[in-house]
Design a protein around this ligand. Structure first.
Ligand code: ADP
Ligand SMILES: Cc1cn([C@H]2C[C@H](O)[C@@H](COP(=O)(O)O)O2)c(=O)[nH]c1=O
Length: 212
């Protein structure tokens, strides 16, 4: 029986890498898959991993109707890989669920659950509601303190911000003025990013090495 699976985690925990591996393994067994993504950091029509691998993908937009696109494709489809699924609409997630139930197509969706304010993205919320399984990635991304990172912070010059648009494409550790950093809940609640922690305590008094 086909499944709708949501692989979730913080930014930078290996979701896109897993998406590429999963596609590789299914394709190697002769299954036909389609890859979708939306607003990948590497640009449109892309699914990219920080490990360096990048493949062509179909870009999801507000106008995308998965049911129409997939059932109208040239050849039968066995599975879909859907990256950056947090950016999909609730209606698009419902189309994915329909493809699973009525067309017997496996859907493997990947995305972050919550935004920089700890609020669920619409696509992720609907996936949590509808998925057969929600899988939290095994590889843990870490807060600067060494604890498991569970939350995504948006930073402006290294300091956490709590106001702004929900969607701003960006990266962790990019050095850009607006960037992201993954934190444990304790430090997310206290808005204590690496830069703030470094400013508050001398490095020799910190129990975990801060990144350079
Ligand atoms: N130079 C590197 N060497 C080994 N692993 C790396 C390197 N750079 C990134 N990674 C791994 O890649 C992960 C990020 O993978 P990616 O698929 O891009 O994440 P996500 O899609 O969840 O944001 C990191 O958590 C880390 O495990
Ligand atoms: C927290 C948060 C993230 N984003 C963006 C930033 C990145 O472009 C993607 C996440 O990609 P990744 O492959 O999981 O690293 O989401 C955003 O737009 N708004 C946010 O609040």
């Amino acid at each position: 029986m086909a499944e709708l699976v949501f692989f979730s985690g913080t930014m930078d925990c290996g979701k896109s890498t897993l998406a590429l591996q999963l596609d590789h393994n299914h394709a190697a067994r002769g299954r036909r898959g389609l890859i979708f993504s939306r607003d990948d950091r590497a640009g449109t029509d892309r699914l990219s991993s920080r490990l360096g691998l990048e493949v062509l993908a179909r870009e999801v937009t507000d106008a995308t109707d998965f049911w129409v696109d997939v059932t109208g494709d040239d050849a039968p489809v066995d599975y879909l890989v859907c990256d950056e699924a947090q950016f999909y609409s609730a209606g698009q997630v419902e189309q994915l669920a329909r493809l699973v139930d009525e067309a017997e197509i496996d859907v493997f969706a990947f995305g972050i659950t919550a935004d920089f304010r700890t609020r669920l993205f619409p696509g992720s919320a609907r996936l949590i509601e509808l998925a057969d399984r929600v899988e939290v990635l095994q590889v843990q991304s870490l807060c600067w303190c060494g604890a498991r990172a569970t939350h995504n912070a948006r930073t402006l010059d290294g300091r956490m911000v709590v106001e702004g648009e929900q969607v701003v494409v960006g990266d962790v550790g990019s050095g850009a003025q607006v960037a992201y950093e993954v934190l444990c809940r304790r430090h997310h609640m206290r808005r204590m990013t690496t830069a703030v922690a470094r400013a508050l305590a001398p490095a020799d008094r910190l129990s975990f090495d801060l990144p350079g």
